[in-house]
Design a protein around this ligand. Structure first.
Ligand code: GDP
Length: 445
């Protein structure tokens, strides 16, 4: 899939950042250097990478971040926010004129970028909105292109306007708009000719169409697989023809992702849609925030971080970590941590927001931390006396039997709980890095 390699590298960097309880400026800088390399390897433009890292660094090395409860998470959050900004922050939609007027959309791009396919995909989108769309074959150099548009138009149930290959593209475009007017159509999509490379006569042809037909949107279709080349092509189109937006195709392939990340910053033009496959339904609206989450392999981790930040009581957490370190973590703390977890929406809600938590893994984990089971654990702890909660070692068989009766569970379940509790206690002691153990809360004294 697209971005796999970039995503994997970034996740490794983040794992390192998250793993440290406390971050120094040097840690952050080292992490960002890795991010920089990963972006360059993904073919993101050098200038864009430099600006991006600078923006993240300016925000990330401040004391607020480094002294926060979760510095690693906060740095990741900043990377994410800057990445969203890089891709344009907001979703830009193609705004059609009212249906009694004609909106003209001109598709431009190099040969093979996906213009003809994307023109038909777009036509389908507007048709669903109730528009009468006219697809227009302005590529007079490749008879096969006209045929391809006709085939796709038919599949979409959209009329295709063609005058063969003996007329000038600008004349075909003008005639198509007239045809649309006469037949009460409201969207005209012009499929223009591409070339293998940037070429003066191609640009002139497009400019001529723009000068003679009232084009509302010039859309550049670029193949995301071509990385920085795509970005260079886009810059030339911006300068020579003028474009209003970009559609990135073939994001379903294993593109390294550079084009998606650089194009907005380099051209100043928004990405409108992304092509996600060869089928005519495979065109998706572009959401910078979702794309960033995907690149960062984050699932909805941001919502999770925000929730955690809102619900975790810092004082309480400090105390708890201290107790874990000293092996004094008791059933009262266990109860408290369960309650904090609940405040964050329960373990199920949290897990569903974790990155990489797909179907099967999710199911397994949900089973393991069944919320009904949690409710029974809570009942058992509540059936203990305060003394028992604070000194689990006094739990003899007769006390356990009383607790089992109180909670309405079998005594074997109480045994299991106590055993698990002892095990977790041992584990906590062995994991000094856990929950900032090495950080400011883990310091002695
Ligand atoms: P044009 O020369 O710019 O008109 O490009 P075409 O529309 O003919 O597309 C070139 C090739 O790319 C065709 O085989 C399309 O099926 C394929 N293609 C276009 N968009 C996508 C996409 O989003 N994903 C994939 N996988 N293939 C695409």
């Amino acid at each position: 899939m697209a971005f796999d390699s970039l995503s994997e590298k970034l996740q490794n960097v983040f794992k390192n950042l998250r793993g440290k309880g406390r971050l120094t400026e040097a840690d952050v800088k080292a992490g960002l250097k890795e991010v920089k390399l990963a972006l360059l390897e993904a073919d993101v433009s050098f200038k864009v990478v430099k600006q991006f890292i600078k923006a993240v660094e300016e925000r990330a090395v401040g004391t607020d971040v480094l002294e926060s409860l979760t510095p690693g998470q906060t740095v990741i959050k900043i990377v994410n926010e800057e990445m969203v900004k890089l891709m344009g922050s907001e979703t830009t939609e193609i705004k059609l004129r009212p249906s009694n007027e004609i909106t003209v959309i001109m598709m431009t791009g190099l040969q093979g970028a996906g213009k003809t396919t994307t023109a038909a995909k777009l036509a389908g989108k507007f048709k669903i909105k109730g528009r009468k769309v006219l697809l227009t074959a302005c590529d007079v150099y490749r008879p096969a292109a006209i045929k391809q548009l006709q085939v796709n138009g038919e599949k979409q149930g959209v009329e295709v306007f063609s005058m063969g290959d003996q007329n000038k593209p600008v004349d075909i475009a003008k005639a198509a708009v007239e045809h649309a007017k006469k037949h009460g159509m409201s969207v005209v999509i012009l499929d223009t000719a591409g070339r293998l490379h940037i070429d003066e006569s191609m640009m002139e042809e497009l400019v001529e169409i723009k000068e003679n037909v009232n084009v509302d949107y010039s859309i550049l279709v670029v193949d995301s697989m071509t990385g920085q080349d795509a970005v260079n092509v886009a810059s030339t189109f911006v300068d020579k023809v003028g474009i209003d937006g970009v559609i990135l195709t073939k994001l379903d392939g294993d593109t390294r992702g550079g084009a998606a990340l650089s194009i907005r910053a380099v051209t100043g033009k928004p990405i409108l849609y992304v092509g996600m496959g060869e089928k005519l339904s495979d065109l998706e609206q572009f959401y910078p925030d979702r794309m960033a989450s995907r690149i960062l392999g984050m699932g909805d981790i941001l919502t999770m971080i925000e929730k955690a930040q809102e619900s975790i009581d810092e004082e309480q957490s400090k105390k708890m970590v201290q107790k874990m370190k000293k092996n004094q973590f008791d059933f009262e703390d266990y109860l408290e941590s369960m309650r904090q977890m609940k405040k964050m929406g329960g373990i199920g809600a949290l897990l569903s927001m974790m990155p990489g938590m797909g179907g099967a893994q999710m199911k397994q984990l949900e089973d393991a931390v069944d919320e009904k089971k949690m409710a029974r654990i809570e009942a058992m702890i509540l059936s203990m006396t305060v003394k028992e909660r604070q000194n689990p070692s006094i739990l003899n068989p007769s006390r356990k039997r009383r607790i089992a009766n109180g909670a309405g569970v079998d005594i074997s379940e109480v045994n299991r709980l106590v055993k698990q509790f002892e095990q977790s206690r041992k584990m906590m002691k062995q994991m000094p890095g856990l929950m900032g153990g090495k950080g400011k809360f883990g310091k002695k004294g």
